[in-house]
Design a binder for this molecule. Structure first.
Ligand SMILES: Nc1ncnc2c1ncn2[C@@H]1O[C@H](COP(=O)(O)OP(=O)(O)O)[C@@H](O)[C@H]1O
Ligand SMILES: [Mg+2]
Length: 625
């Protein structure tokens, strides 16, 4: 074929396409109609975490517990929760979550539980577990879809007030609540709080990503919570409150100008009631004073007095550029409430105790086998509470002593090459690094909370903690517990930016084994947490954090600080073990030295014994130094 010759393709012989009937736009338009959000999520329930029977149970419990904790904390109440899972038939369960929160006012109850995208948290910037307003209503919808049963809600808002009880279903076509039954009654045991009950098709199993594991993790990140957990076929477990204080109150903030996108800016301008551009900027954004507003306008080459109504597309674009050209103070961070270093350590301690007790538990009994265990009575609850309280009380804590000279030098070198100069500068590390002894097994624990940072105008804060040793398997990959706004993330570990940060932390530097691109190996549990007013999840099911570089880098710094502390501990332990080995070797030869001396110096037997005794004491003393 000559260059430049046109290339003609002949279609291969095949069945001739039949003449198809053409549909007109008018005909098509007959089928076009609005899709209700509830219909959408009924069809796409996997997007919300309801794609299989065991996950559905977990997601429902999680949504209800999230709401209870959010409500308690907002109201300044130390949360006291009850989670109950009851098996009704092979694949039929009922979950119940009860809290001592502020309750929900009567008129709101149906909308909260019977309407998707209805909530109090979407429109505000402040750290909370829920965001989208499709949590608990979606769980109710799943229950309704699989069993036809309504959600049952009981709520009371104060002493002397009646409790309101509702049965609620969702009219999915209209995304509106229906109320098949409602009544009110006295609830003498309770001053305020809410109970949610949902019956659903589900399976319950233990192990990874189970409700049991979720409860353990939620207790770890919320040590200010008391929780009683009733499980199917096993006696209840109690998670006592291990820190007496509520997390600090979080304050709502306005968006920061750096986070706004052009389209959003235009909408804000359209909706604004301010008259001048300067007034608009000050009213809508955080950290914009009169002077900053003037600076933005100057950089945008617009008058600060320009009427908001006169701002068109061209002016909006200039304003948008003006914002990025202006230096603006970082947003306030009192909208965040990280767990904090001491609370993470308390949480880890309680987790190790609970894991030990769970491992010690007798096997699940088949129905009818042996004596029936009383599952739901108060006696078995107090027995469980006593057991765990005693175990927690028996834990002893040691603070490792300060470094020796040579070691400090080595660590300083690691610190400077690892590039994070501001991590923990001048901090008292021993306060958040401990060795805890749980049932005779010692575990090293340490925790780091980083200072607040900002990505795209959103303040966020990351935390990391490690537990090393104890009865964790020494060869396995590390266990990673991920949290976002104190909520455990159990699915999608591989897709999460926080897992990436753990992988990238370069554990070999810290005397921990790691294969390329994998999690570290060792008797290691890693806790990672991001607290933010708007966590960038990869999907509505809120299971993985999107890969923002700022987040990964910050978390890596936190992990590396933990790693440095761990490596000091590992090296100290190694040195102690070596010294021990040497001493035992020498000890073996002391009697022989005694005999040799007896022969050379013609000592009596008793003189020889004195020499042996002295040498042994000397060795002991040098080991302790
Ligand atoms: N146990 C509860 N106590 C008080 N308020 C609650 C409770 N559960 C839900 N709510 C209210 O119902 C709203 C909707 O809950 P949800 O559908 O889970 O959405 P989200 O938590 O994302 O806002 C919440 O924003 C909250 O105002
Ligand atoms: Mg919620």
């Amino acid at each position: 074929m000559e260059p430049g010759e046109p290339l003609v393709l002949t279609p291969p012989p095949g069945p001739k396409s039949k003449q198809r009937e053409r549909i007109s736009a008018e005909k098509l338009s007959e089928k076009q109609r609005e899709i209700s959000i509830s219909e959408f999520f009924t069809k796409n329930r996997h997007l919300l975490g309801f794609d299989n029977a065991s996950r559905a149970l977990l997601t429902s419990v999680k949504e209800a517990v999230d709401n209870s904790l959010d409500a308690c904390e907002e109201a300044g109440i130390l949360p006291d929760l009850v989670v109950r899972i009851e098996q009704l038939a092979e694949n039929r369960f009922k979950m119940m979550v009860e809290d001592n929160g502020p309750g929900i006012v009567k008129a709101q109850i149906p909308k909260v539980f019977g309407k998707l995208l209805y909530g109090s948290k979407f429109h505000r910037l402040r750290q909370s577990r829920g965001q989208q307003g499709i949590g608990i209503s979606a769980a109710g919808m799943y229950g309704q879809l699989t069993t036809g049963k309504p959600v049952m809600v009981t709520s009371k808002t104060g002493k002397g007030k009646p409790a309101h009880h509702y049965h609620i279903t969702i009219d999915t076509k209209a995304n509106k609540p229906l109320i098949p039954h409602e009544d009110e009654f006295e609830w003498p045991d309770k001053d305020h709080g809410t109970t949610v009950e949902i019956e659903m098709e589900a399976t319950y199993k233990g192990g990874r990503r189970s409700v049991d594991e979720y409860i353990q993790q939620v207790a770890l990140a919320n040590p200010h919570m008391h929780l009683t957990y009733y499980r199917p076929h096993k006696p209840p477990v109690v998670y006592p409150r291990v820190t007496p204080e509520l997390p600090p109150e979080t304050k709502e903030i306005k968006p920061h100008p750096y986070g706004v996108e052009l389209g959003a800016l235009m909408r804000l301008l359209r909706d604004s009631t301010a008259r001048s551009l300067s007034g608009f900027l000050q009213a809508e954004f955080s950290r914009v004073s009169g002077a900053v507003a003037a600076e933005i306008c100057k950089n945008a080459e617009l008058s600060a007095d320009l009427g908001v109504r006169k701002v068109g597309q061209v002016e909006a674009e200039r304003l948008f550029k003006g914002i990025s050209a202006t230096k603006i103070m970082a947003p306030p961070t009192n909208c965040l409430a990280p767990i904090g270093e001491p609370a993470m350590l308390e949480g880890l301690k309680a987790l190790l105790v609970q894991r030990h007790l769970a491992a010690d538990e007798p096997e699940e009994r088949e129905e009818g086998e042996g004596p029936q265990i009383a599952l739901f009575d108060t006696k078995s609850v107090s027995a469980a509470e006593e057991k765990v309280t005693a175990a927690l009380g028996a834990v002893t804590t040691i603070v490792e002593e300060d470094e020796e000279e040579d070691e400090t030098e080595q660590t300083a070198e690691v610190a400077s090459t690892e590039a994070d100069a501001d991590a923990d500068a001048g901090q008292d590390v021993s306060a958040n690094t401990k060795i805890i002894d749980v049932f005779g097994k010692s575990t090293f624990v340490t925790a780091v909370t980083r200072g607040p940072r900002v990505y795209r105008g959103n303040p966020f804060q990351v935390e990391a903690a490690l537990a090393y040793g104890g009865d964790m398997p020494p060869e396995d990959l590390a266990t990673v517990y991920r949290f976002a706004n104190r909520v455990p993330l159990l699915y999608q570990q591989g897709a999460c930016a926080m897992t990436q940060a753990v992988v990238r932390a370069n554990w070999k530097t810290y005397d921990v084994q790691q294969s390329r691109g994998a999690l570290p190996n060792g008797p290691l549990l890693v806790l990672v947490h991001i607290a933010s007013v708007w966590v960038p999840f990869t999907s509505e099911a809120k299971e993985a954090v999107a890969h923002y570089d700022e987040i990964i880098t910050e978390l890596k710094f936190a992990l590396q600080e933990c790693g440095r502390r761990l490596s000091r501990h590992i090296r100290r332990r190694r040195r102690a073990a070596e010294a021990d080995k040497k001493a035992r070797y020498i000890e073996k030869y002391i009697p022989h030295i005694g005999m040799a001396l007896q022969e050379i110096l013609s000592l009596t037997d008793s003189k020889r014994d004195v020499v042996v005794d002295r040498l042994t004491t000397l060795l002991e003393r040098s080991r302790k130094m």
